[in-house]
Design a protein around this ligand. Structure first.
Ligand code: PM9
Length: 499
């Protein structure tokens, strides 16, 4: 008998209590954090949707396997298990562990990019681009235009625009393109997949020009699920089968195991070319550790080997993406503008649309993420101009079309009730979004500024003003509370007395 609906394919064996601070305490915490949710201590967070990276709950099998860690410096048994799991499910010949995804990006960039090279890719990712630029390369975005439109409902917004790619190859010359960087389930576009059809076309194009393809396979399993669900002729295939085909269309990959692979730390670099892999192993010993541990403990590699097996199970991936869809649908129903279609690892709020009174130079998404924290204790992340940083050559601020706040769902951690409370919190904030105040930098780090930057409100000292103090209050365009009504009571505070 077919099941009517999906449910989490696990039951909970161990719990970690959550704590909700008062609104006054949250106001203090966000100010002390320079209005950057990355700098808020986790003890001050109620529901943590900052990231899906390293935040998964491991299974009992994974925890048990950690007791089987072979902590030999060289040739750990767990390395061979990891190598076997990666080969079986991702299909590459050479597997080199790294401490996390950016470790693999560092090695790959050093290995292949020479100063002056161009690296085309389907939208930038922060750490990936940083390593490409540190190696002397220049990233050029060749994703289709639809990816930059939050309202476009196309099923494969991660697809590469082959005309754009051709133009870049003509301009730079194939010899100055070390590889095309193809990201699965494009993070900054809202977790949007690339289709098999597009990937095959990119492969054929690159073969004609003698250019390598390197996959960012960090969320390739989630991408495989969307291919299964949305691409013609793919619905009968297993996730594992699709994943193998996706990877077979590339020459290697970087992977942050902290996402799909269901572990708290770890990553890997894969290369089909034996000679390149040998060079990569040589670089790994300089920057990460011996090539059979790459900065990881044996137990970490064992947990990742098992996490890979679990990640491709249909029940798992359906529930994982089903939970993200559940949250997204609640917000769509309430009229909150989010990136469509709903992505794989999170729901992305369209901050530019929610805060039309905050100009881009005052970082609406940064302000919205800080305000959501004050409103509800839910921690989200800015994915807009602050994340985009500055133009490497001119130093000017970059303003991507997408100015988003990401509600990222950790795997196997939260329940539907947490999604309900999150939705209620966002909906309540959306009702008085004009109370959110823009921000200005008070400290701007040189690299990956979004992690450690500090801000201050452009007026006053609060990112979320009280009722009667919003941008639209005086004109009567504000929420009911500002017009003297007492009916606006935060849904989150109803459910959570501390709010
Ligand atoms: N992604 C994320 O939260 C964590 C760091 S940025 C806040 O989305 C891709 C597509 C990623 C990614 C990390 C990395 C780097 C590479 N590619 O964090 O170094 O989403 O393991 O991976 C984060 P590591």
């Amino acid at each position: 008998m077919s099941r009517r609906s999906w449910a989490e394919p696990y039951k909970i064996k161990m719990v970690e209590p959550l704590r909700m601070m008062s609104r006054a305490e949250r106001e203090e915490a966000i100010e002390a954090a320079g209005f950057n949710t990355f700098l808020v201590p986790s003890r001050a967070v109620y529901i943590d949707l900052l990231t899906d990276s390293g935040t998964s709950a491991m299974s009992d099998r994974q925890w048990a396997s950690m007791m089987m860690g072979d902590e030999a410096y060289a040739g750990s048994e767990n390395y061979f298990h990891l190598e076997e799991a990666v080969r079986r499910h991702y299909g590459y010949r050479n597997v080199i562990p790294t401490h996390q995804g950016r470790g693999a990006e560092h090695i790959l960039s050093r290995l292949l990019i020479k100063p002056g090279d161009t690296v085309p890719g389907n939208m930038y990712f922060t750490t990936t681009k940083a390593h490409q630029e540190l190696a002397g390369g220049r990233f050029v975005d060749v994703i289709g235009d639809r990816a930059h439109d939050p309202d476009d409902e196309s099923p494969f917004k991660g697809n590469i625009d082959l005309f754009k790619l051709e133009r870049v190859v003509k301009e730079a010359g194939a010899a100055r393109i070390p590889y095309v960087c193809v990201q699965c389930n494009v993070n900054m576009a809202g977790g949007q997949p690339i289709s098999l059809e597009n990937l095959r076309a990119v492969r054929a194009f690159c073969d004609r020009h003698g250019i390598r393809i390197m996959l960012d396979a960090t969320r390739a399993v989630e991408n495989a699920y969307f291919i299964q669900q949305r691409e013609a002729g793919q619905s009968e295939r297993s996730i594992g089968d699709i994943l193998l085909e996706v990877c077979s269309l590339s020459d290697g990959c970087t992977n942050s195991g902290k996402k799909d692979c269901l572990v708290n730390i770890g990553g890997f670099l894969c290369l089909n070319d034996d000679a390149l892999a040998e060079e990569a192993r040589n670089l790994v010993v300089v920057f990460e550790g011996l090539h059979t541990y790459g900065g990881l403990a044996g137990r970490d590699m064992e947990a990742m080997a098992i996490g890979i097996e679990e990640s491709v199970q249909q029940d798992h991936i359906r529930a994982r993406i089903g939970q993200v869809e559940y949250l997204g649908r609640l917000l769509i129903k309430a009229g909150v503008p989010i990136v469509r279609p709903i992505g794989g690892h999170g729901v992305f709020l369209n901050a530019a649309k929610m805060l039309p009174h905050v100009p881009r130079e005052q970082f609406p998404a940064q302000a919205l993420a800080a305000a959501l924290y004050v409103e509800s204790g839910v921690r989200a992340m800015e994915r807009g101009a602050v994340s985009a940083g500055r133009d490497h050559a001119t130093g000017a601020n970059l303003y991507p079309r997408l100015e988003l706040v990401r509600l990222t769902i950790p795997r196997r951690v939260y329940t539907q009730a947490h999604m309900d409370v999150t939705a209620e919190s966002v909906i309540e904030l959306a009702r008085h979004a004009d109370h959110v105040v823009g921000l200005k930098f008070t400290h701007e780090p040189k690299h990956l500024r979004f992690f450690q930057a500090r801000f201050a409100p452009v007026v006053g000292s609060k990112v979320l003003r009280g009722h009667g103090e919003g941008a639209g209050c005086a004109s009567g365009r504000c929420c009911g509370a500002c017009r003297g009504s007492s009916r606006v009571v935060s849904a989150a505070s109803t459910l959570n007395p501390g709010a």
